[in-house]
Design a protein around this ligand. Structure first.
Ligand SMILES: Cc1cc2nc3c(=O)[nH]c(=O)nc-3n(C[C@H](O)[C@H](O)[C@H](O)COP(=O)(O)OP(=O)(O)OC[C@H]3O[C@@H](n4cnc5c(N)ncnc54)[C@H](O)[C@@H]3O)c2cc1C
Length: 423
């Protein structure tokens, strides 16, 4: 039987799973990666704990994605439990942490996980072409730049796994959009997700709180709320508590820019008008510093404080951190600070005004890229038969916590299995 050629472009998480899972008796598989190594972003994700997936049940798991109907079939095909079994089969044992996130067992470094995956690629006879940057099409053939030279190839199937548009140093630069647009494929603008948000801090307050964490809080945005923690930084705020609210916060901040395109037009008159309208530009985040206590319970601790000062109640009876107390102090006048009713309300609903998102390159992930309506239910481009797209280059969103990597691995396995049964 004549084997068909598959070219996988990009060598990140989704590509690795795809190449490991393609049937080598049916296909000759090649990965073309612009870097001199595979999986650079995969390794970056491994810094500070390699959170490969999450252990929650698959129904709850699926709820984390936007749009969940798009991701559901891939998770159903290759779930978080399947992923853990697969990792075990290649010698990577995992464990569930206290946060229910899944990590390689202690002692296994991210590079060892990557090496284990690369040994599967070797066994599967996948050839890897490093330093090959895809530069678009010449007619329908693929153009690569390699060693200051141009290479043209014409495989039977092409699978794009080019990643999102953050952490460009890892190779995922999002600079391929024009090639698809030339083919009439709809591209949505990239925006940061799972990122920090800007707060115009008072400078005196900032000196006290910069670098401090808010732990065991509940974060509210609109109808959404997430438990978690956040770090207060010179730029603003970031952390697990707000990453899960990224979609809603981002939409508010983007809507404002879209309602006010004149912001970029340079018209002073318009700019002044917009600045007068500043309150609409922002996203208002609320933090519950004491999610386990009702406002009545908090107030009752003040009522039974005896000779304790407000600070003592906050510190000793409510166990608030110094940072939380500094925030409360800054938000109130002396009089307000001493009124249990006002201070209790603020403990349950502390407001922070977010004015912008972090630069896209700093974001953990991005949304935008190839519009989901451009692919069919096997991730094949509707306008380019035999060409597939997967991973973060497609316009879906999820919080960190293992959900991003799991979706990428699930898509890789799904596309491989679809191709494996193709006649
Ligand atoms: C700091 C950080 C921490 C993270 N932590 C987590 C976490 O804890 N849990 C989690 O689930 N996810 C995490 N992620 C996200 C996760 O790493 C990504 O979502 C995932 O790697 C995306 O996989 P992918 O296959 O779509 O693309 P990528 O892994 O981004 O790979 C794309 C590949 O394509 C190559 N490429 C791009 N353009 C071209 C071209 N023109 N020609 C050839 N090759 C090209 C790139 O060099 C790159 O190797 C984190 C990300 C970052 C940055």
């Amino acid at each position: 039987m004549n084997k068909k050629n598959i070219a996988i472009i990009g060598g990140g998480a989704s590509a690795l799973m795809l190449a490991c899972s393609l049937d080598a008796s049916k296909y000759t598989v090649s990965i073309y990666e612009k870097n001199a190594a595979l999986g650079r972003k995969f390794l970056v994700a491994g810094k500070g704990g390699f959170n490969l997936t999450h252990s929650e049940n698959i129904e709850q798991f699926t709820e984390r994605y936007h749009p969940k109907q798009f991701i559901k079939p891939f998770l159903k095909h290759f779930s978080n439990a399947d992923f853990r079994d697969w990792l075990k089969s290649i010698g990577i044992e995992t464990y569930v942490g206290t946060s229910k996130r899944v990590f390689p067992v202690k002692g296994i470094k991210p590079i060892e996980v990557l090496n284990a995956i690369e040994s599967v690629l070797k066994k599967n006879n996948v050839s890897i072409h490093y330093n090959h940057e895809w530069k678009g099409w010449k007619n329908n053939d693929l153009i690569f730049s390699h060693d200051n030279d141009t290479k043209i190839i014409k495989p039977d199937y092409v699978i794009f796994a080019l990643g999102g548009a953050s952490w460009k140093v890892t190779g995922s630069a999002g600079n391929w959009t024009s090639y698809f647009e030339e083919k009439g494929i709809e591209i949505n603008s990239f925006y940061p997700s799972n990122c920090a948000y800007k707060i115009n801090w008072n400078q005196e307050l900032l000196k006290q709180i910069s670098g401090q964490a808010l732990k065991n809080c509940e974060f509210y945005y609109g109808n959404m709320h997430k438990k978690g923690e956040a770090v207060l930084t010179d730029f603003g705020i970031e952390g697990s508590g707000i990453y899960g609210l990224s979609k809603e916060i981002r939409e508010q901040l983007i809507n404002y820019n879209q309602r006010h395109p004149e912001l970029n037009s340079g018209s002073n008159e318009m700019l002044n008008q917009v600045q007068d309208d500043q309150t609409k530009s922002v996203a208002e985040l609320f933090i519950d510093f004491k999610p386990e206590l009702s406002i009545q319970e908090i107030q009752s601790r003040f009522e039974h404080r005896g000779k304790l000062s407000v600070k003592d109640v906050l510190e000793k009876k409510l166990n608030l951190s110094i940072t939380q107390i500094q925030l409360l102090k800054h938000k109130t006048t002396k009089e307000e600070y001493n009124q249990p009713e006002i201070i209790s309300q603020l403990i349950k609903k502390f407001p922070l005004i977010l004015t912008d998102f972090a630069p896209i390159d700093d974001a953990i992930s991005t949304v935008g890229g190839i519009g989901l309506e451009e692919v069919n239910d096997t991730l094949e481009l509707k306008k380019l038969p035999n060409h597939y797209c997967m991973g973060e280059m497609l316009d879906w969103d999820a919080p960190t916590g293992g959900y991003l990597l799991q979706a990428c691995f699930s898509m890789g396995k799904f596309v491989a299995d679809k191709l494996n049964v193709k006649s």
